[in-house]
Design a protein around this ligand. Structure first.
Ligand code: SF4
Length: 399
């Protein structure tokens, strides 16, 4: 059983940097300037394995190494397989490329209509606004361009991307991502969000960011004011392990919520990090305690050099089975596989519908018990399509 989710079990504080003045520690620019960026930086605080030492040496040609002091403090230096460590400290295995892996596993380059603007689905665009992050995740789907270690030389062109969105009335949903959009200066974010809000057909603005997790100090009152001004904004954060839920992250999520943002979480299922039901259950409970709705669990994309971190799909299904019916419905995220090459997100669910005939459907509940349920509707409505739409239990009666 994973430790209790009570707030007094959550981490907080300056850890290795206890001597630093709190004003500096709480300054996001100080955190960025004092990131651990090399083997030597890390070994000042903890010994590394031969594989990690090799990984750190090679990181500069694959995906840069950078870890904020805030996030580094979460690593248990005595545990060589620590789940936080596995996410941000490179290993030699990153240099092994499996045959099914790709630099661009989701085929984004194919749908890039302006530098940084991906238009794949008719009504929404992905707008990559920077190639920088506060810390770098070793399994990053966009490691081809993020941090520029591979010489991609990414430069978002805001004017071209905004012109494209203005000209395409079908675009009602814009997702800002990167890199990390919340690393942009307040001035740039204000401008970008303001320009998007001026476009009448853009109804929905989303931001994907791991900044609250890596750098909660960035969530300043001034930033919250900007986000509030341009709301409603939907924010997807990225927490993978319950230990990432610090009191500082909780406070940052509170500030964001009070500014009117709707916050969801997207976890990536990672081997040795969160591919255990107890760990994922603790994570989703802590997320709800931070006003964050667990939204997706992603199966790891087939990113070049990430096989050592990808979990078995069977573990993902086991996790969903362990959550559905066993905890609050709000705590259960959707497990998805982003289809290689750009096929989109495919929900992956344990089998709850066992069979269906013309009259009824045979269901299995969370305890493994089976139930029959009449299909209902008039004969004309009992086509498979209309059945699919009514198979989900009504959310107002429980869960
Ligand atoms: S924060 Fe997101 S974009 Fe940045 S390295 Fe991690 S996964 Fe990639």
């Amino acid at each position: 059983m994973y430790p209790q989710d009570r707030l007094d079990n959550w981490k907080r504080g300056q850890g290795h940097w206890a001597d630093v003045e709190p004003e500096k520690w709480n300054d996001w620019v100080w955190q960025l300037q004092n990131r651990l960026r090399s083997l030597e930086d890390i070994e000042r605080y903890m010994p590394l394995s031969p594989s990690e030492r090799e990984g750190c040496r090679l990181a500069g040609s694959k995906l840069a190494l950078a870890i904020t002091p805030h996030f580094f403090n979460l690593i248990d230096a005595d545990d060589p397989e620590d789940p936080i460590r596995r996410q941000v400290i490179p290993r030699a295995e990153e240099m092994e490329i499996a045959p099914e892996e790709r630099d661009d596993p989701l085929g984004e380059e194919h749908d890039m209509v302006a530098p940084g603007l991906v238009h794949r689905y008719p009504d929404r665009v992905l707008f990559l606004v920077t190639d920088r992050c506060a810390s770098y995740c070793r399994y990053c789907t966009r490691s081809r361009l993020v941090s520029n270690a591979k010489g991609y030389d990414f430069h978002a062109e805001f004017a071209a991307a905004l012109a494209y969105i203005r000209a395409h009335q079908e675009v009602r949903d814009v997702l800002l991502s990167g890199g990390d959009p919340l690393l942009l200066s307040d001035r740039k974010l204000d401008y970008l969000l303001g320009e998007l809000r001026k476009i009448e057909h853009v109804e929905f603005i989303r931001i994907g960011s791991r900044i609250p997790v890596f750098l909660p100090q960035r969530i300043t009152p001034a930033l919250c004011e900007i986000l509030k001004k341009h709301g409603p904004i939907f924010l997807s954060i990225h927490v993978n392990h319950p230990r990432e839920c610090t009191l500082e992250l909780r406070a940052a999520c509170e500030r964001l919520s009070y500014a009117g943002l709707v916050i969801g979480n997207q976890s990536v299922l990672l081997r040795g990090v969160n591919d255990e039901p107890d760990i994922m259950k603790s994570l989703v409970h802590r997320l709800l305690m931070m006003r964050v709705r667990p939204y997706y669990i992603y199966q790891g994309d087939l990113v070049a050099g990430s096989a050592h971190l990808r979990a078995d799909v069977a573990r993902g299904l086991e996790i969903i089975r362990s959550l559905r019916g066993h905890t609050s419905g709000y705590a259960v995220p959707q497990y998805v596989i982003d289809a290689p090459g750009g096929g989109g997100k495919i929900p992956v669910n344990p089998e709850y519908v066992l069979a269906m005939n013309e009259d009824e459907v045979l269901l299995r509940n969370y305890e493994g018990r089976t139930f029959r349920y009449p299909r209902g509707g008039t004969p004309a409505e009992t086509a498979a399509d209309s059945y699919e739409a009514s198979a989900e239990p009504c959310s107002c009666i429980g869960g």
